[in-house]
Design a protein around this ligand. Structure first.
Ligand code: HEC
Length: 132
């Protein structure tokens, strides 16, 4: 490697480093308090896609959130784990799961960032704001 190449490599690494550290700083920022006011129709539709796709929620909770042999309905019901069916409580269940049951944390291996999105869909459907 020539001296010039080494110098160019050093410059390139120097340019990348701040980007990488900015990204990890963003990842460490505390998650803002979930607020139903921040739920948009686009977010609900994205959540619908996660529910019926990668999140695999439909497999246990039903195509229309009606529940099934394995899991309870997610439409209005006597909530057992997600207290009052509140947005924050739904986020909590999807993030932590229900220990000792088939409800695992991050079902389908969804990302942490996808949890509020799929929860926005469940919350909106359970409140009758959108069709399940
Ligand atoms: C493998 C089956 C399975 C999958 C997949 C699954 N769940 Fe569940 N879920 C359950 C079971 C079982 C319970 C009830 C746990 C208990 O016995 O209290 C539950 C409970 C819940 C509850 C709380 C219900 C209540 O009455 O408080 C919510 C909310 C929920 N799931 C959302 C989701 C979402 C959103 C997804 C997809 C990201 C998902 N679940 C994927 C099985 C599943």
């Amino acid at each position: 490697m020539t001296c010039v190449a080494v110098a160019q490599l050093a410059v390139a690494l120097f340019a990348i480093a701040p980007l990488a550290s900015a990204r990890s700083a963003a990842a460490q920022q505390p998650v803002a308090e979930p607020d139903t006011g921040s739920i948009t129709p686009a977010m609900v539709e994205a959540g619908r896609a996660i529910f019926h796709g990668r999140g695999t929620c439909f497999a246990c909770h039903g195509m229309k959130l009606e529940g099934g042999p394995v899991a309870p309905t997610l439409l209005a019901h006597a909530w057992r784990d997600a207290k009052n069916g509140d947005y924050k409580a739904i986020i909590g269940v999807v993030s932590h799961g229900v220990p000792g049951t088939a409800m695992v944390a991050y079902p389908g291996g969804i990302a942490k960032s996808e949890v509020p999105i799929v929860a926005a869909y469940v919350w909106s459907a359970t409140r009758g704001r959108v069709k399940p």
